[in-house]
Write a protein that binds this ligand. Structure first.
Ligand code: B1M
Length: 210
C-alpha cells in the first residue's frame, strides 16, 4: 500500500531518489494525485518549514528538501496537467529593482510551491513597471516582493505606488520580506503583509487568500 507518510519523510530527509520512488509507487497504485501532493509532498515541506522556523533546519536542509519535493512533483506533473487540479493560487515573485540577492527569494518561492501555489518568478532587479506588467498579464492573487538591501527597500514602495498609478492595486495582495524588512515598514508603505522567513511566507499567503 502507498505510504504517503514515508513519502513526506523522504521529502523532509531531502532524499530525492526515495521521494521519486515513493511518488511513482503511489501513482502506480492509483492513489489520488491530490492526496500524493497534500499528504506526501506538501505535508513534508510543511514539516521542513516548521523546522526551519524553529532553527532545527538551516538553509542547506531546506534547499535539499525542496529539491526532493520538486523531483516528486516532476513525477506527477503530467498527471496534474491531465486532471482538473487547481493550484491554491498564483503568485508573482521577484527581488525589487537594484537588488541582486536571490537566495532568500528562491527559498520563499520553493516553500510557496511546496505549499501548493503556482509561482511565476521574475528573478532579480525587477523594476516596478515589470511587476505591474506581470500583474496585468498573469493576474496573480499575490505579488511577493523581496529586498535584501536597505537601499532597495524604497523600490517596494515604488512598486506599490506603480500598481496604484496603473489602477491595479486592488487586484492583487502585496506581501514583502527580506532581511532588512519589517512589519512596520510593510504598514508604512501599504503592503498587505510581511513575512520574516520562507515558511511564514506560506502561512501569510494562505491568510491573505482567506
Ligand atoms: Co550582499 N549584502 N551585497 N551579496 N549579502 C548583504 C545583504 C549584507 C547584509 C552584507 C553585510 O554588509 N553584512 C549587505 C546589506 C547591508 C544593508 O543594506 N543593510 C549586503 C551588501 C551591502 C551587498 C553589496 C552592496 C556589496 C557590494 O557590492 N558592496 C552588493 C549589492 C548587489 C546588489 O544587490 N545590487 C551585494 C552582493 C552580494 C552577492 C552578489 C555577493 C551575494 C548575493 C548572491 C545571491 O543572492 N545570488 C550576497 C550575499 C550572499 C549576501 C549575504 C552574505 C547573504 C544573503 C543571503 O542569501 N542570506 C548578506 C549578509 C548576511 O545576510 N549574512 C548580504 C540567506 C537567505 C536565505 O536569507 O535573503 O534574508 P535572506 O532570506 C530570508 C528572509 O529574509 C526571508 O526568507 C528568507 C528565508 O528565510 N525573505 C522573505 C526573503 N525574501 C522574502 C520575501 C518574502 C518573505 C520572506 O515575501 C515576499
Amino acid at each position: 500500500m502507498a505510504d504517503l507518510q514515508a513519502l513526506a519523510e523522504a521529502v523532509i530527509a531531502g532524499n530525492r531518489d526515495e521521494t521519486v520512488r515513493l511518488t511513482q509507487a503511489a501513482v502506480d497504485e492509483g492513489v489520488d494525485v491530490q492526496d500524493i501532493i497534500n499528504q506526501g509532498l506538501i505535508a513534508g515541506m510543511n514539516v521542513v518549514g516548521e523546522k526551519f522556523k524553529n532553527n532545527e533546519f538551516y538553509v542547506p536542509e531546506v534547499l535539499i528538501a525542496a529539491r526532493a519535493m520538486h523531483a516528486g512533483m516532476d513525477v506527477i506533473k503530467p498527471l496534474i496537467a491531465e486532471s482538473d487540479i487547481q493550484p491554491r493560487g498564483r503568485i508573482v515573485i521577484g527581488t525589487v529593482k537594484g537588488d541582486l540577492h536571490d537566495i532568500g527569494k528562491n527559498l520563499v518561492k520553493m516553500m510557496l510551491e511546496g505549499g501548493g501555489y503556482e509561482v511565476i518568478d521574475l528573478e532579480v532587479d525587477v523594476p516596478p513597471e515589470k511587476f505591474v506588467e506581470a500583474v496585468n498579464e498573469q493576474a496573480p492573487q499575490i505579488l511577493a516582493l523581496s529586498a535584501l538591501l536597505t537601499t532597495t527597500m524604497p523600490a517596494m514602495k515604488d512598486t506599490i505606488d506603480a500598481l496604484s498609478d496603473a489602477g491595479v492595486r486592488d487586484k492583487v495582495k502585496v506581501m514583502i520580506g527580506g532581511a532588512p524588512v519589517t512589519q512596520s515598514y510593510a504598514d508604512e508603505i501599504g503592503a498587505d503583509g510581511y513575512a520574516p522567513d520562507a515558511a511564514s511566507a506560506v502561512d501569510l499567503a494562505n491568510s491573505l487568500l482567506n
